[in-house]
Write a protein that binds this ligand. Structure first.
Ligand code: PMH
Length: 395
């Protein structure tokens, strides 16, 4: 769903600070040798931040390539006018190889049968860029056997319609305290590289954690996801690499109804909350259908810079908050992000849900409009729903 060019009419929105994305990427690039290319990972709608806008910001901040999980995501970026190189990290059906070639989208390959089937689909004039994926211990996708890797390289080099553009692997423990498994994966990757008859343009294996912690794993490109969004891959990385990252994602709503309830009144499904005294209760237009799931019952939100608890069960489209006193309907409520002196980090929500920070912005669904703040482009300095209406009606 696209909200950038039309107003929206609900009082809940995600704000994406594109300046923070650029700032984070610039800090990360400072940590890397100048010749190391950055592949900005913008899969899953840029981890819930908005694929096209983040892609643009990342490219402006010096990313050389974009990476997505599926061909569909790459095509969406092309539809929106992104011309930069894009790599699909996940599996693509061999019969769609031609579509990728036509749109100059690079694909991940790890099976001989795939290459043969793709070769049968490609026209003589096609050129498909391919990155060979080596499984060094993630156990997800990738060629595990050295002899098979050699065959894949030979097949690529024998057919001029294929361009052997890259080779890579993915670490499963680069963010953890014990480096042993990471080191074993890196050693196996190096051994596999030595089997190749020639090196492709891009050799890459680092995610954010490896890029920040392990220079030996840089090769000539790194794939940066979570750190670009201003989030640390783990507490281990956060403590070890004191990079001052800025969270780009924040979630906001407004009080759409405020009422005083006497002591002993029930609130929400199951009548699960009962007022302990006379209480002011506010209603927010966000619920589990937006990804603000029922396990967030009891989570605090920020109102006038101060914390207030959600009470009762979270409904599909609404939830209720206990207010410190009468609060004007329409008052802005921050569910994730800073407000006044208060701050609710993505990590706080992740801890509450006993999950990782990656999951939180991905969880907030497409029904919640994303609006973008970008100081370099005053035209898209859209900070509130009212502003977006003004911007739109000016056209
Ligand atoms: N490369 C690949 C192949 C990935 O799958 C990911 C993230 C990244 C790079 C970027 O990692 P970072 O965000 O830690 O920098 N993939 C996933 C995943 O599949 N589940 O969580 C993160």
């Amino acid at each position: 769903m696209e909200y950038e060019n039309r107003p929206f009419y609900r009082d809940t929105w995600v704000e994406i600070d594109l300046d923070s994305i650029s700032w984070n990427l610039a800090r990360i690039k400072q940590q890397l040798p100048a010749e190391t290319a950055v592949i900005a990972v913008v899969k899953a709608n840029a981890y819930g931040h908005g694929d096209y806008r983040v892609a643009e910001a990342a490219l402006k901040a010096g990313a050389s390539l974009l990476a997505v999980a599926f061909l569909d995501e790459a095509l969406t970026l092309r539809d929106k006018g992104i011309q930069a190189p894009i790599l699909v990290l996940g599996a693509t059906r061999a019969r769609d190889a031609r579509l990728a070639a036509v749109h100059h989208i690079s694909l991940t390959v790890y099976e001989q049968e795939w290459l043969e089937e793709a070769a049968a689909c490609l026209q003589p004039e096609d050129r498909l860029a391919v990155h060979l994926k080596v499984d060094t211990g993630m156990g997800r996708i990738g060629v595990r056997d050295g002899a098979e890797l050699i065959v894949l390289e030979q097949l690529l080099r024998a057919d001029s319609r294929f361009e052997f553009e890259g080779v890579y692997t993915h670490f499963s423990t680069a963010d953890e305290p014990d480096p042993a498994y990471f080191e074993a994966q890196l050693a196996l990757f190096q051994e596999r590289l030595s089997l190749l008859s020639g090196k492709p343009k891009y050799i890459h294996c680092s995610n954010s954690a490896a890029a920040l912690r392990y220079p030996a794993a840089h090769f000539n490109a790194v794939r940066i996801g979570i750190a670009m969004y201003g989030l640390a891959p783990s507490s281990t990385v956060e403590q070890e690499v004191p990079l001052p990252l800025r969270e780009a994602f924040s979630l906001h709503s407004r009080l759409i109804h405020v009422k005083k309830l006497p002591k002993g009144e029930k609130v929400g499904y199951g009548a699960a909350y009962e007022t302990a005294e006379e209480e002011w209760i506010g209603t927010l237009p966000i619920g589990y259908a937006d990804g603000w799931i029922r396990r967030l019952q009891g989570q605090e939100v920020l109102i006038n810079g101060r914390r207030a608890p959600l009470v009762g069960k979270i409904c599909m489209d609404q939830c209720m908050v206990r207010l410190p006193g009468y609060t004007e309907p329409g008052t802005e409520v921050t569910l994730i992000g800073g407000q006044g002196a208060g701050r609710i980090s993505v990590n706080e929500i992740a801890d509450k849900l006993e999950t990782i920070n990656y999951e939180i912005p991905c969880l907030i669904g497409s029904r919640v409009p994303r609006i973008y703040k970008n100081a370099n482009e005053p035209g898209c300095m859209i900070c509130t729903p009212e502003d977006i209406i003004l911007v739109d009606s000016a056209h």
